[in-house]
Design a protein around this ligand. Sequence first.
Ligand SMILES: *Cc1c(COP(=O)(O)O)cnc(C)c1O
Length: 397
Amino acid sequence: MNTQQLIAAAEHYFVPNYGTRQLVLDHGRGAEVWDTEGRRYLDFVAGIAVNALGHADPAITAALIEQAPKLVHTSNLYLTVPGIELAKLLVETSFADKVFFANSGTEAVEGAFKFARKASYGQHLPDKTTIVAFEGSFHGRTMGAVAATAREKYRLPFMPVMPGVRFAPYNDLAAAEAAITDDVCAVIVEPIQGEGGINSASDAFLHKLRELCDRVHAYLIVDEIQAGGGRSGVLWSYQANGVRPDILVAAKPLGGGLPIGAILITDQVASFIHAGDHGSTFAGGPLVCAVALTVFRKLSDPQFLAHVREVGAYLGQRLGELQGLHGKVVEVRGRGLMRGVQVAGSAAAVRDAAQEDGLLVATAGDDVIRLVPPLIIERHDVDEAVSILRHALEVLD
Ligand SMILES: *Cc1c(COP(=O)(O)O)cnc(C)c1O
């Protein structure tokens, strides 16, 4: 099939939930991908903040080749070495004492809610089940995670979703105080909101959430699915705010493109979780964990994080210059290699124009261009991306 036939076949056979897609990607290397027409793109989407080490990373390929002929899947009835080593590394590099593996971000969020509810069940108040989430949040697509996802378009057509979620405005200390009452078992927050438009929580807000959770004996869940794993320039984005969570959910970059999620919890939470309380057939398998171990060793390496900070600062600086040059750039937000450019107009129009010019970017909401490149990019990649973006912004004139 040629490219036009492939696109037509996709229209014919796929559920139309993703809309029409125009690119059929064929292969990649580092921060570059090529489509079936042989056109090259600089990839500042990275599989939506997933391909932290870029495409065709040799260490990932080597881990796959080494593990695939040994064992791919066993179920959680048995232990395997890669999962144990990955759990050990996740604990040693974080606040957490225990790890649960899942297969995706939304699944990690579901598990976190179950753990928080189980650990609160019968404690302090019999109906201590409310979960507080924030405006602008995105936590996933399944019935629990979508219940805590603010955007009505994602949630309302699927009612009734999981009951017991209360929304409060982001970065509003007084509203948080009013929302976090004795019936609350958990508060879930993105230290940097992704889908919601690349908004950062203030230090004061996150410290207030910690204080309020302590006051009412609720668990603080940080959703690090997009901002975590080094993207913000520190391993977990909450570390920049100096708060201590009880539960952390991670996913996107962990498997270098293979599906894996993780829930990191304290011993206090884990003490309420017993055999049979939760589980997954696929999660934590030896193949995905062998790859994730390779990826996470890199992501947690201080030198690698210093590289993200250095190139991330350069990206921030270059995007800041765009704001001066172009009247349609309203604001540049984010940290490290997670950046949002808010425009006066349609972010999708700019995205499409950039794609025409050989740069892949995503959007976050209607008016924010989201840049979440592989963490291995260099300054010359930033220069190329900013120059294409500058040209693409002209569609708004
Ligand atoms: C992508 C994302 C999720 C959902 O992850 P999936 O793997 O798509 O289920 C949850 N929270 C945040 C912050 C995300 O960016």
